[in-house]
Write a protein that binds this ligand. Structure first.
Ligand code: KG4
Ligand code: ZN
Length: 356
């Protein structure tokens, strides 16, 4: 019988994940272990690597019954922290050798794009990618592929494409990216200032629901000719507002209690101000993301938002409004698969191999 399964491994940051799909996109196995870096306020690469080394074999153990039917292996090889990527890559290579199958090096960001198409054929779209490491707008067209030589020529003209390592990639041209912090990273840094752990995006979004847009932030790079993102300016403004709040130990305790329970008995004036700051910060961060995205989508046939931060409901709603106004479809990943996962890596590999 022909081998029909794809096994994928993802370990580019702090999530250890393995998925197995068949060539019709049915999911046969999926698991992910989310590492605990909260007390450090960010990912410690060495710790992440050690935790992957423990978690990945634990997950792989559960896939035994599928291994004889694996046709090829997909592993995230770039971009990411190399110490974090290595345990996944080493496992993929060892498994590839023992099963006698090929191992393909998959681009993590292309993986995020395929999270839009986990159960259907991929279609052209202009993608807004917002994660902890990247903020980009990408013109994606799975109906075109780039030959390696062609891609090299385009790179020489300073054009940037997302590509896999040893398998051809769908056309994915980076139209703009960030010159400093990324969208998700700026949320993480604000959350760290508030001493509310890591990652921070979901927490800032949750606190923002209790606040008003009462702090003034100016829109970064507000010039139509600047096709770039920049999140460090608004992060610094948030820090200044935060310092002015002058929170004492009791305020921090109250804030922590509120963030754990969302019980209004902890919502005193100071905590309310923190919520106002989160609401204002989230508002400007999304406004900047959408302002630049809008400059790139005049001729788009459809839209898509991906990356961990694409779970932000306010962001989703605003892009949905654009899609309604332009009367073009918006593709969204299921909330569960917005953050890093191996399923999107398996799906990206299937896309590369079969052009689906
Ligand atoms: O794609 P992802 O899981 O990992 C990277 O490839 O970086 O994205 C994680 C990022 C973190 O910075 C996290 O704070 C952010 O996505 N994030 C959010 C939300 N949920 C996760 N940012 C804003 N709002 C959210 N609801
Ligand atoms: Zn990611």
């Amino acid at each position: 019988m022909q081998k029909d399964l794809i096994l994928a491994i993802e370990s580019s940051c702090d999530d250890s994940s393995i998925a197995i799909i068949d060539k019709k996109m049915n999911v046969l196995f999926y698991d992910k272990i989310v590492q605990e870096h909260s007390i450090y306020g960010g990912v410690l690469p060495e710790l992440a690597a050690r935790l992957h080394t423990k978690a990945l074999p634990d997950i792989l153990e559960k896939t035994k019954k599928f291994l004889k039917d694996i046709d090829f292996i997909a592993v995230t090889t770039h971009p990411g922290l190399s110490v974090s990527l290595n345990p996944g890559i080493m496992m993929a290579n060892a498994l590839g050798l023992s099963l006698g199958v090929k191992v393909y090096g998959i681009n993590h960001l292309l993986g995020h794009i395929y999270s839009l198409f986990l159960d259907k054929n991929a279609l052209p779209c202009h993608v807004l990618l917002l994660s902890g490491g990247h903020s980009m707008v990408i013109e994606f067209n799975p109906q075109k592929t780039l030959e390696p030589q062609e891609e090299q020529n385009l790179r020489q003209k300073n054009e940037n494409y997302l590509t896999h390592k040893n398998i051809k990639s769908a056309y994915a041209k980076v139209l703009l990216s960030t010159k400093d912090d990324s969208f998700g990273e700026s949320f993480d840094k604000l959350c760290k200032m508030l001493d509310l752990g890591y990652p921070g995006g979901a927490m800032i979004e949750a606190l923002a629901k209790y606040g008003k847009n009462s702090y003034h932030f100016s829109l970064p790079l507000n010039d139509k000719n600047r096709l770039e993102y920049s999140y460090s300016g608004i992060k610094n403004m948030a820090r200044e507002y935060f310092l002015k709040l002058d929170l004492n130990d009791d305020d921090f305790k109250n804030l922590k209690a509120f963030s754990q329970s969302f019980d209004k008995k902890f919502l005193d004036d100071k905590v309310r101000e923190v919520c106002n700051l989160c609401a204002s910060f989230q508002n400007i961060a999304i406004a900047h993301a959408i302002n630049k995205y809008s400059l790139c989508i005049e001729n788009a046939s459809s839209l898509g938002i991906v990356g961990g931060a694409s779970a932000n409901l306010s962001l989703r709603e605003q892009v949905l409004n654009i899609s309604d106004k332009k009367q073009i479809p918006l593709y969204l990943a299921p909330l569960k698969y917005c953050s890093d996962n191996a399923l999107m890596i398996a799906r990206a590999a299937l896309g590369a191999k079969l052009g689906v």
